[in-house]
Design a binder for this molecule. Structure first.
Ligand code: GDP
Length: 286
């Protein structure tokens, strides 16, 4: 984004209407999506009209403020220190749920917390294996049943295991089969009911994992998951590498849900609290 924006404004240092149209195209190509881009560009045009200032500095400042308003204030995962915290990770397969679960284990361990992992995606054998691998890798106990078993039963056992071990956090990997929304909704509801019954005191977060490299598809997934689950926060993965990052803005705009976490690679410590200011700084030129 930075380079493309620099190319537009480079020669003159102030934006005319053609350049604003180019800017709009750059934002859309950067995966911010049409609705968020329209909102940002409306604000830029209004700002120019009111102030008469179309300098590169003024325009970039306005874009920056507008994106920050869409992303909302920095919100971190806030753990309850007294009671068990249960993090339900939801999202389409391949977005990075299991990897994020593993990275969260590593993150919580460094904070001195006791963690248990539950493999509640019982549909795929590979998913269970992967959770177990992350458990070994991060030295975290894993509660898993056989492929095809009832996810709610895994959750029941996992909650009880977490309580028995006096764990601070239970991380649950769930299935992401969006093509059957009704089943998925029922499965997630059943999991919530089991949690309610077995650990009514627990603080629960449902974190939707979104892959930043999937463009506007990510926005559709996010909306679909909002329909079936009570999503309380987002984790945007694969913000390293080739992703254009703008998906974070598009998803925040469409879901109005805070982004808690940023996935920045495949290693255990490649996870960070999402910081809107730092994110915008990396997206826009200086
Ligand atoms: P799941 O099916 O949702 O559980 O997805 P996985 O956790 O298995 O991740 C799918 C692929 O994405 C794996 O190859 C991961 O290593 C990779 N992945 C996950 N998170 C990140 C990330 O933040 N950055 C990068 N570069 N790759 C990631």
């Amino acid at each position: 984004v930075s380079e493309s924006i620099n190319r537009i404004g480079a020669s003159i240092g102030r934006f005319d209407e053609d350049m604003l149209a180019e800017l709009e195209a750059v934002l859309i190509q950067a995966d911010l999506g049409v609705p968020a881009t329209m909102r940002i560009m409306d604000e830029v045009r209004r700002d120019i009209k009111e102030s008469g200032d179309a300098s590169r500095e003024a325009v970039l400042g306005c874009i920056r403020r507008s994106i920050l308003a869409i992303l909302g204030e920095k919100k971190q995962l806030d753990l309850d220190k007294e009671n068990l915290n249960i993090l339900l990770l939801v999202g389409v397969n391949g977005t990075g749920k299991t990897t994020t679960a593993g990275k969260l284990c590593a993150m919580f361990h460094t904070q001195g917390r006791k963690v248990v992992l539950g493999a509640a995606d019982t549909f795929r054998a590979a998913a269970i294996e992967q959770v177990s691998l992350w458990g070994e890798r991060t030295n975290t106990p894993v509660i898993a049943h056989e492929t095809g078993s009832d996810p709610a039963t895994v959750v029941f056992d996992a909650v009880n295991a977490a309580k028995a071990r006096k764990a601070n956090v239970l991380i649950l990997d769930t299935a992401g089969r969006l093509h059957n929304k009704k089943n998925l909704m029922e499965e997630l509801n059943k999991i919530r009911r089991v949690i309610q019954r077995t650990a009514p005191e627990a603080k629960c977060e449902t974190i939707l994992v979104i892959d930043a490299t999937t463009g506007q598809n990510a926005v559709m997934q996010a909306k679909a998951f909002q329909d079936v689950a009570d999503v309380t926060g987002l984790a945007i993965t694969k913000l390293d590498g080739n992703s254009k990052g703008g998906v974070a803005v598009a998803v925040a705009h469409e879901t109005r849900t805070p982004i808690f976490l940023a996935g920045l690679g495949e290693k255990p410590d490649d996870l960070a609290d999402f910081d809107p200011e730092a994110f915008v700084a990396s997206l826009l030129p200086d």
